[in-house]
Design a protein around this ligand. Structure first.
Ligand SMILES: [Zn+2]
Length: 167
């Protein structure tokens, strides 16, 4: 993948978000209270100050394993534990790696593959929440990537006809 300076805007944790109260109706539409439904299902529902609900997928065992493995490698190479904010992923490009985790998380959250593709391609994550913060150019790039995926995989988009050469 090519190098980019861009960071995925607005895709990081938002401090105004809090875990949904247990007595709230579960956002999965089960009709049950959150605490009796999705509370322990391996992800969290978060709510921001405006009452918008987000699904948050925490680190999976797989991700934790990768981190443990990297720690072992670090100790092997440097003969000591990593300190402070030292880059645990010393042997790979950090951005790519962070992205890999994001992508895994997105897949687990059942995100639209076109969105995942667009994220991998543009390094952006455009959502209804942050689209007003994103420049027109970046948004156009993002939308093009989403459309490109749909065109390739024929997801929602109508099948593209083979172009016939007409004489
Ligand atoms: Zn639920």
């Amino acid at each position: 993948m090519s190098k980019r300076k861009k960071k995925p805007e607005g895709s990081s944790g938002d401090p105004t978000r809090k875990r949904l109260p247990g007595n709230a109706p579960c956002p999965c539409d089960s009709g049950k209270k959150y605490k009796h439904c999705c509370y322990d299902k391996g992800f969290e529902y978060l709510v921001d100050e405006e009452g918008n609900i987000f699904k948050s997928v925490p680190m999976t065992d797989e991700v934790r394993e990768v981190i443990e493995e990297q720690k072992r490698k670090f100790i092997e190479k440097f003969g000591r534990e990593p300190e402070g904010d030292e880059n645990l992923f010393f042997d790979m490009p950090p951005l790519e790696h962070a992205e890999h985790f994001m992508v895994e998380g997105m897949k687990q959250a059942g995100l639209d593959p076109a969105i995942i593709y667009a994220f991998e391609k543009t390094g952006l994550l455009v959502t209804e929440m942050n689209e007003h913060l994103i420049s027109d150019k970046d948004r156009a790039e993002w939308e093009a990537a989403v459309l490109e995926y749909r065109a390739k995989h024929g997801d929602d988009a109508p099948e593209e006809d083979e172009e016939d050469e007409l004489f």
